[in-house]
Write a protein of this length. Structure first.
Length: 112
């Protein structure tokens, strides 16, 4: 079980490297163009998919990392269970909201 978590953390880390590099490049381009450039960026299917992948993998990686921290440093069983559930719910909720926001802009970019 521990080996699987370790491998998952390394795989998500490796996946995030090119995605974050692309994300930095995209944010620099959007910063020059403002809101219109951000909408135009997300109107492109490739860019929208890359943003969604970055968010999904990023929240998955965050969940895995925080899980290790909680399992290592929270020793009370009830507190550990509560914090692990809070970590799971927070990552799923925030990830879903972020992805929904990207998809909403991506699908309605040309509808205005």
């Amino acid at each position: 079980q521990g080996v699987g978590h370790w491998i998952a953390e390394r795989v998500t880390s490796a996946a995030l490297v090119p995605l974050v590099i692309w994300g930095i490049w995209a944010v620099i381009g959007v910063a020059r163009g403002g809101y219109g450039a951000a909408v135009a960026l997300l109107a492109s299917p490739v860019n929208a998919v890359l943003v969604v992948l970055t968010l999904a993998i990023g929240f998955w990686h965050m969940h895995a990392g925080m899980r290790v921290v909680v399992e290592d440093y929270v020793h009370t069983p009830l507190a550990k269970t509560a914090v692990l559930l809070l970590n799971l719910f927070a990552c799923v909720l925030l990830g879903a909201l972020a992805i929904f926001s990207v998809l909403k802009v991506a699908f309605t970019a040309g509808a205005v």
